[in-house]
Write a protein that binds this ligand. Sequence first.
Ligand SMILES: [Fe+2]
Length: 257
Amino acid sequence: MSPHPPEVTEPGTTTPSEFDSEMDYRAELERTRSQLLVFARDMSAVHQRKREHEQRLSVLLEELRTDYLSIVETLALVVEAKDRYTSNHLERCKRYGIALTSRIDAELITPQLQYGFLLHDVGKIGIPEAILMKPGPLTEEEMTIMRTHPLIGVQIVAPMRRVLDDVTVEVIRHHHERFDGTGYPERKAGSDIPLSARIFSVVDSFDAMTSDRPYRKALALDEALTRLRAESGRQFDPDVVAEFEQLMQSIQSPEDW
Ligand SMILES: [Fe+2]
């Protein structure tokens, strides 16, 4: 019986014949095994540290995202605070918007859509208070300035595109378009207007009509619905108005939403 185990024939590797005895060979084998165990432990520790770093990074990114959104919400609330006549308008519009969207296409409801509802008028930060809070109808020149607020809003949220998507921007940009193509800022018409903006346009107008304004008292619910119906196919998407009417029939008052 040979004193050595069979030779390893891989080129460049150590063969048992290079050892003086089987004992030396086995000792070298044991050293190699120990080194491999140490290496495996080191690799395991490296992977563990990598996992811990990834988890920490994930937490930091979530915190950053939350901070961004807090800033955005603060901006929206600053706008609301500037206009003492539209108290809680944002929250109501968000609530009405979600209720109506869930009837039309529930899959549209995302956090980004809801941020669009909250931020639709964020561009009013750039509108002078003398115009924003004027206790009466605006002149044509003042209206021209007021009509810049959708695009100012788009500019304000542009650096926040990591957390706000196209839907958010669509609501901000197009919530004053009209179904007949005579709105602003792009005079889009019909289905060229994003559905999110067509939906929001109805709830925004409904809330404006049913809230006290400096130059008029809030309209009664029936009167507001009559005006929405009158603008169906003109200012508003007829399908969206029809859904809104059905929604109104299913609730007793807006406070129930
Ligand atoms: Fe607006």
